[in-house]
Design a protein around this ligand. Structure first.
Ligand code: GLC
Ligand code: MG
Length: 729
């Protein structure tokens, strides 16, 4: 990858994403958002300023969804591709079940980023799940964090409650509280939130505690203007009127003409899901009670035209029945068309054009319309619009000046607006042209990308453009984030603190000087039985600099410097079968165990003082086994007893870091002096024992991967670094 421009990563984890014939509408998770991110990725990839766009999603290896979703990298275009990350097993699962697997997704994404040898400039999460992942990654890599919600938990919850579901049920099925909690954090931390409408900011994000800020940008998505071309194009360009289009037109006309006594009149078109909130009743009432309107125009209502009919709710039936009853009540036979459902996905653009050719109007009478995609599509084809003044249409009309906003609950206002356009030819033409031009200006993907990139550029740290003559000023750069640092260096050194790193002040100073010198190639960390607080104390007492990694409390906690970021993925990983409370209760019965002070007790480490005699360790072991409490028992220095989860130890923590940041085993050196360093020294490909080690490590001498230095303390570490070639040639 060359560095000509931006590297953008879009994260969109759930649903089924593929480049060719995406299966939109296949299930509830594969809909508008999938279409949006695919088009966004391609559109951004087309921009000059952009070097590379990765659309990162989940890898699914499940015969029930087909092999396309198991391909790790799928190119979309020259500069855009889909990247699939495996997590949470092979099976396809609905988005609500993905939450427990996101930490793993983050770990594997870090590995992927390292393999690219370039850190993304922008990490843009879509929906709460991917937003969470993007937020963690952006923090790890000092990248800009951008978020697009697509929908938000609080609004979803309100809707479900109003549909009659109980709070408990909503939580069980949709994990809504967890989602809302995550959204709060995302909204608080995102450097930029992109919405499609202004209404979203006020009525959706506005419901969040952290939602009142000014880091929002309203950038509506684009539509495909190649498909939604103006009605007059097909009259001017006969190529567009191919056989397929002619057949579609013929079918549509025949269908409409079945209903109308005077098909030559202009018609009013409505197109929506059969849902009460779409207010079809209000529209029929408006038309049915206005004689003049009936005289000059027909009405066509396509209810349930979109493809996602499969997932529709019960009120569909009711809405359709109401429509028929109203037709009868107002006696609209011969005037109102209610075509039966077809698969109209290919026919919609033609339908808009037929309506525009008739000098008709498109109407959206919904009580509330979050975005209004159909309005934009209809406008692109040249249809003037009449639309609800609640939601997205407000933006559309403000941008395009191509129609009239109405108060949807007032049916007279709907009728009057429609009439005023239908009877005024000049006005009709002006709205029609404005719509065609305005959509191309405001609602095309190139326009979307342009606005998006200009917002991104305000977030990025100023790029240093070197003047060819002027000398480049050497600026003191802030310390890079741990993600950047750990993916950039080749080598890693991890050392125990007590009696290995510290013990001889002079050689320790020398070591720190060396680590400073080799900063670009070598990262380092400590692994200790001390808690984080006691580790920080040691740093103050012995005056040593912030390590890149702090493995504390005998490997049960991992932090990354300089801001001590806690590795939650590790915590989650070691929680497996860990029952701290039960262990404490069972061991509480043993009088010879002395509970350690508060600093010794951590969420994943329980510590006692123990004088080992009369087979006490064995008694402890048996007791825990009897209660089926799986854990590790570590006794050290003739006095400390640590009880840890089965997956935790200093050595295992190092293995985990090695894997996560993709270090070759040959590039990681682990140093220690005593029995409680044994597992980490032994499991490393490059082990080091200092000369002042305790007796219990003697048995490691036979091992070929462990170097016994003849130097003590930090001098031993320096010797080891040289021995393994970590100090360069
Ligand atoms: C450190 C910890 C203590 C632990 C011991 C052995 O001294 O503070 O809690 O038991 O190391 O790992
Ligand atoms: Mg030690």
């Amino acid at each position: 990858m060359n560095n000509r421009g931006l590297y953008i990563q879009l994260f969109s984890i759930h649903g089924l994403i593929r480049g060719t014939s995406p299966e939109l509408g296949r299930d509830a998770d594969t809909g508008g958002q999938i279409k949006y991110v695919l088009e966004l990725a391609k559109a951004l990839g087309e921009c000059e300023e952009v070097d590379q766009v990765d659309l990162v999603t989940r890898l699914i290896e499940d015969p029930s969804v087909g092999p396309d979703y198991a391909v790790p990298i799928e190119p979309l275009s020259e500069h855009a591709r889909i990247v699939r990350i495996r997590c949470g097993g092979k099976k396809y699962m609905r988005k609500e079940l993905l939450w427990p697997h996101l930490e793993k997704f983050i770990d594997l994404s870090i590995r992927f980023i390292k393999s690219q040898q370039r850190v993304p400039d922008i990490i843009h999460g879509h929906y709460a799940d991917a937003g969470y992942v993007a937020m963690q990654l952006a923090e790890a890599f000092d990248a800009c964090f951008v978020f697009t919600g697509h929908s938000l938990g609080r609004n979803k919850k309100e809707k479900l409650l109003s549909d009659g579901l109980t709070e408990a049920r909503i939580d069980r099925q949709y994990r809504i509280s967890h989602r809302i909690g995550v959204e709060e954090k995302i909204i608080k931390r995102a450097q930029l939130i992109i919405t499609s409408t202004r209404q979203e900011i006020e009525e959706q994000y506005g419901l969040y505690k952290s939602g009142r800020h000014d880091r929002f940008a309203v950038i509506p998505p684009g539509i495909d203007v190649e498909t939604f071309y103006p009605f007059y194009d097909s009259q001017l360009d006969s190529e567009l009127l191919n056989e397929e289009v002619k057949q579609i037109r013929y079918t549509l006309m025949r269908e409409l003409h079945r209903f109308w006594a005077h098909p030559e009149k202009p018609f009013i078109l409505a197109l929506c899901r059969p849902d009460h909130r779409k207010n079809i009743t209000g529209l029929i009432e408006a038309y049915g009670t206005n004689r003049e309107l009936q005289k000059i125009a027909n009405l066509a209502i396509f209810a349930g035209i979109r493809k996602d009919i499969k997932v529709m709710e019960d009120n569909e039936q009711e809405v359709l029945t109401d429509m028929l009853l109203q037709m009868d009540r107002y006696d609209l036979y011969g005037k109102l068309a209610i075509p039966k459902r077809h698969d109209f996905s290919t026919e919609v653009p033609e339908l808009y054009r037929i309506c525009a050719e008739s000098q008709g109007v498109f109407v959206n009478p919904a009580l509330i319309e979050p975005f209004g995609l159909t309005l934009i599509e209809a406008s692109a084809c040249g249809l003037p619009i009449v639309a609800t003044n609640n939601g997205g249409p407000v933006d559309i009309v403000a941008n395009c000046d191509n129609g009239i906003l109405i108060e949807a609950s007032d049916s007279t206002s709907i009728a009057e607006a429609l009439l005023s356009i239908l009877i005024d030819e000049a006005r009709w033409s002006e709205f029609s042209n404005n719509g065609i031009n305005g959509v191309r200006k405001h609602y095309s993907w190139p326009a979307h990308s342009e606005k998006t990139l200009s917002r991104f550029s305000t977030l990025l740290p100023e790029r240093h453009v070197a003047d060819s003559d002027a000398e480049q000023a050497v600026r003191e750069l802030p310390a890079p984030s741990f993600g950047r640092r750990l993916t950039n260096v080749q080598h890693l050194m991890i050392t125990d603190i007590d009696n290995t790193l510290v013990g001889d002040d002079q050689s320790m100073r020398e070591l720190f000087w060396l680590l400073g010198e080799r900063r670009e190639e070598l990262a380092w960390g400590v692994a200790t039985g001390r808690s984080l607080e006691l580790t920080l104390d040691a740093m103050t007492v012995y005056n040593f600099p912030m390590p890149d990694i702090l493995i504390c409390s005998v490997g049960t906690e991992i932090y990354y410097g300089p801001d001590l970021r806690h590795d939650r993925s590790w915590q989650q990983h070691i929680s497996y079968q860990w029952k701290a409370e039960a262990i404490k209760e069972v061991l509480g019965s043993l009088k010879f165990l002395v509970f350690q002070e508060a600093e010794g007790q951590r969420s994943h480490k329980i510590s006692y003082y123990l004088e080992e005699k009369e087979d006490r360790l064995h008694t402890i072991q048996e007791l825990l086994k009897h209660h089926r409490l799986r854990c590790q028992i570590i006794y050290s220095h003739g006095q400390f007893l640590d009880i840890l989860p089965i997956r935790a130890s200093k050595g295992k923590a190092i293995d985990y870091i090695r894997y996560k940041f993709d270090f070759s085993p040959l590039h990681v050196m682990v140093a220690g002096d005593s029995g409680n360093d044994e597992d980490m020294i032994d499991s490393a490909a490059r082990g080091l024992v200092v000369s002042n080690h305790s007796e219990e490590l003697e048995k490691l001498r036979r091992k070929s991967n462990i170097y016994f230095s003849s130097e003590a303390y930090a001098a031993g570490i320096i010797d080891g670094l040289g021995h393994y070639g970590f100090l360069g040639s």
